[in-house]
Write a protein that binds this ligand. Structure first.
Ligand SMILES: Cc1ncc(COP(=O)(O)O)c(C=O)c1O
Length: 382
């Protein structure tokens, strides 16, 4: 038998490769994007409580009502935008599921989907598996802002969806009001939807505000906003997130979600519903990571790398093109082996592996780990 692969070009992800290499070399892993510290102990207590009280059977398909209510309340409190808990909020098993379900809900065979590159690795496979055609538009260096002229030229009668991500992984760019306004202007007279990946919504720096797509009235009516509690509460292993979308879009989204996972872990939903009642538990995150970004950037200044401090997310990019023309992949591997610090080559976030001679470091780690990594990065590698 010959199994015909639907994703012939997809192999083991770079995140797995670099994390394994980091383990094999006993290197500090600043490659994969997960926090190197635990969540609040109170969250453990809440999960233990709900598990031991017997909240262990299937949750309702779209989420536990009190949890959806709390997500809607948080959205209203933080952004001043209202969503109906019953018909516009859906709890999912991680933002990855939300992204996949939203793409599946809108993309039909032959539809074009604009992807702004570099981008998170799950977008293109979701498009392709649904028979869609990814249309790649590069973000503009040096800050990785959106090149709106290029987006405009990429829009055709077949464009059905644009996928956006703010704050951005891997580049840390945070969308401005002008970005939202321009996007709205470009698509308002067309049947184009938005899947917006906002998993780093609470991680912006230097006083920048995160502007969700749904904060713009034109965009709100066509946006699936995908969020994740993994990034916000240091629980990436729980795989729990949500999708906010207008009622009609949510109805289609739920048809897919229903047969992808049906529902998400019950005790986790109840625990998070209690935990998120205190807004400081997510609002402190900007300051928490701003300090870590500053610590990391101060140390980077003593290395040979060039960089601009990230505007948001928990990633910092560095460039080395002024020193060497070695491929970013080779350098990342060599640095892991020789200096003992693992990173991610930015070329992996481009479909054609465009190499700007840049590496991505995750600074969501304990201060001592960051300090040790910075000390090693000051060693000679070029
Ligand atoms: C930009 C982006 N989107 C989505 C995800 C996935 O989120 P989740 O773990 O909730 O599926 C990640 C995780 O790294 C991410 O960086």
């Amino acid at each position: 038998m010959t199994l015909f692969s639907k994703l012939p070009d997809v192999g083991t992800t770079i995140f797995t490769v670099m994390s394994k290499l980091a383990t094999d070399c006993n290197a500090i892993n600043l490659a994969q994007g997960f926090p190197g510290f635990d969540c609040y102990p109170y969250l453990h207590d809440l999960v233990n409580y709900y598990v031991s009280e017997g909240y262990n059977q299937y949750a309702p398909m779209s989420g536990v009502p009190i949890f959806k209510q709390r997500i809607a309340e948080k959205t209203s409190r933080v952004y001043g935008v209202d969503f109906k808990a019953e018909s516009e909020v859906t709890v999912v098993s991680g933002a990855t599921e939300a992204l996949f379900a939203a793409v599946t809900a809108v993309v039909n065979k032959g539809d074009e989907v604009i992807l702004l590159e570099p981008c998170y690795d799950s977008y293109a496979p979701a498009v392709v598996l649904n028979g869609g055609v990814p249309v790649y538009v590069s973000l503009r260096l040096p800050d990785f802002s959106v090149d709106w002229d290029k987006v405009k030229s990429a829009i055709t009668d077949k464009t059905r969806l644009i996928m956006v991500n703010t704050p951005h992984n891997p580049c840390g760019y945070v969308w401005t009001q002008k970005d939202l306004d321009t996007l709205a202007e470009l698509i308002q007279d067309r049947e184009i939807y938005i899947v917006s990946d906002e998993v780093y919504e609470h991680i912006t720096f230097d006083g920048r505000e995160h502007l969700p797509m749904f904060s713009h009235p034109v965009l709100k009516e066509r946006t699936f906003a995908c969020g994740s509690f993994g990034k916000t509460f240091h629980i990436t292993g729980w795989k729990i997130g949500y999708c906010l979308a207008p009622e009609k879009l949510t109805a289609e989204f739920r048809k897919i979600h229903q047969f992808l996972t049906f529902s998400t872990a019950t005790p986790l939903q109840y625990a998070l519903a209690d935990f998120m009642m205190e807004p400081s538990r997510y609002l402190h995150l900007n300051a928490f990571y701003n300090r870590k970004r500053d610590l990391f950037c101060r140390g980077l200044m003593k290395t040979d790398f060039e960089f601009t401090p990230a505007q948001g997310s928990f990633f910092q990019l560095v460039s080395y093109g002024h020193l060497s023309q070695e491929s970013d992949y080779d350098l990342a591997v060599r640095m892991t082996k020789q200096l003992g610090v693992a990173s991610i080559p930015v070329s992996v976030f481009y479909h054609d592996k465009t190499d700007h001679k840049m590496l991505r470091f995750c600074f969501a780690k304990e201060d001592e780990v960051l300090e040790k990594a910075l000390e090693l990065l000051q060693g000679s590698i070029f």
